[in-house]
Design a protein around this ligand. Structure first.
Ligand code: LLP
Length: 406
């Protein structure tokens, strides 16, 4: 049996290899290892053998990741028409693709209804209003209803979804909505229910997740005649080096227990869990500035490269890849090149006396890293390569920034 540890820590990546990639491709640079995506998929499948497992594309939509996930047999959970198109382009068979529409723009509905004429995927609606808009466009395929389960969890208030009114049909109304769909729109095939508690669920939030599964299982039984009940994604990963990984088997066991009595298939749709530890971000030290409070380390990656620290106060492990091991550790504030106070990757990180030109590695950057990168401050987005050095996405140039205006 091949070894498949529950987490790949930043210290498990070869510094030599990462230094070589930074030297060859420049920084900032995302490095993604598709083999690790495969391992994560295998662990999920092992823990949830009876479940229908889909990958939530929003965590990382690079083609290399999508093709790897597809090859493991997982489905695709999409949040936009663009993601649906990417999933299909990457080879996901349509019957394994779901589109969960959140306040969908007209263009998204036009696109997916058009695609649905030749592809049999599942559309998930979170409001009857969306159903009307689908019917206006002549949609007559498989349908799933997103429910607001009234219970949320997550690593930050901004990603705690389950009790936020913008998502899903209120729990108490969901059975009625399903009954109405069945009687009033017989052309549609109601196949599933959906809910999502939030993102980055840790061991501490498991009771909220269990409650969500219990409620959804009960609702699934009440509605009856469904193919699946999706209980979302959200499985957290350890961002701090001393944080234990989620006990996936325990989560699976709890989920199964909470779902007992529901005869629809359990469906899960993790994003982060599949891709977070398949990626690191490499960046170079561009400036070292002693100040009375701390040593400010300027780097060539910032909130436009990795938004999570600025947006969610997220902590990512950061290590120096320097070979010189006689340097004294120094407490540093690591800041990017963006003219915003929020552009700090870490306020208090101990690093071996950083010098200009050193390469630093940021761990767990495979999920919501490159995916949330922007061109703010007219910064071209970074390159992405595989761990073996193949190009996944080329580095943008300054002329890419104005391409759409010409
Ligand atoms: N399903 C639905 C309906 C979702 O909204 C999400 C994430 C997922 C599945 C996948 O959640 P995951 O397994 O990746 O936690 N940008 C934030 C995370 C936002 C997640 C939004 N929805 C971050 O960087 O932490």
């Amino acid at each position: 049996m091949t070894e498949n540890p529950p987490v790949r820590r930043l210290s498990d990546w070869s510094p030599k290899r990462l230094r070589a990639l930074a030297g060859e491709h420049g920084t900032p640079l995302y490095v993604l290892d598709p083999d690790r995506v495969r391992e994560n998929a295998a662990r999920l499948r092992g823990a949830f053998p009876e479940a229908d497992v889909s990958y939530a594309l929003k965590a990382n939509t690079t083609r290399a990741v999508l093709e790897t996930v597809e090859s493991t047999g997982l489905g695709a959970e999409c949040a936009s028409a663009g993601e649906v198109q990417r999933a299909i382009d990457a080879g996901f068979p349509a019957h394994r693709v779901r589109y969960t529409a959140v306040n969908p723009p007209a263009r998204d509905l036009d696109h997916v209804v058009e695609l649905a004429q030749s592809h049999d995927f599942v559309l998930t609606i979170g409001a009857l209003d969306t159903l009307d808009r689908l019917l206006d466009r002549g949609y007559a395929g498989r349908l799933c209803v997103r429910v607001n389960p009234g219970v949320g969890a997550g690593h930050h208030a901004k990603v705690t979804t389950g009790d936020a009114p913008q998502f899903g049909v209120p729990y108490d109304r969901a059975a009625g909505v399903c009954a109405r769909i069945r009687t009033e729109t017989p052309a549609l095939d109601l196949v599933g229910l959906h809910a999502h508690a939030g993102s980055g669920i840790s061991g501490e939030d498991l009771s909220a997740h269990r409650e969500l599964v219990r409620r959804m299982g009960a609702l699934g039984s009440e509605v009856g005649g469904l193919d699946f009940v999706a209980v979302g994604g959200g499985f957290g990963v350890p961002y701090r080096p001393d944080e234990p990984p989620l006990d996936l088997d325990a989560v699976a066991e709890e989920t199964r227990e909470a779902f007992e009595g529901c005869d629809a298939q359990l469906a899960i749709e993790p994003g982060r869990y599949l891709v977070a530890d398949c990626g690191v971000l490499l960046m170079s030290v561009t400036a070292v500035k002693p100040t009375p409070e701390t040593t400010v380390i300027g780097v060539d990656a910032g909130m436009t490269t990795l938004l999570r620290p600025a947006l969610y106060d997220a902590v990512h492990e950061i290590r120096s890849l320097t070979e010189e091991n006689d340097r004294v550790d120094r407490s540093c504030l690591i800041a990017g090149p963006i003219c915003e106070t929020a552009d700090v990757l870490d306020r208090d990180r101990s690093l071996p006396d950083p010098q200009r030109g050193d390469v630093l590695a940021v761990g767990n950057a495979g999920a919501y890293g490159y995916e949330m990168a922007s061109q703010y401050n007219s910064r071209p987005r970074p390159a992405v390569v595989s761990a073996t050095g193949e190009r996944i996405a080329r580095r943008e140039t300054v002329s890419d920034l104005t391409r759409l205006e010409r």
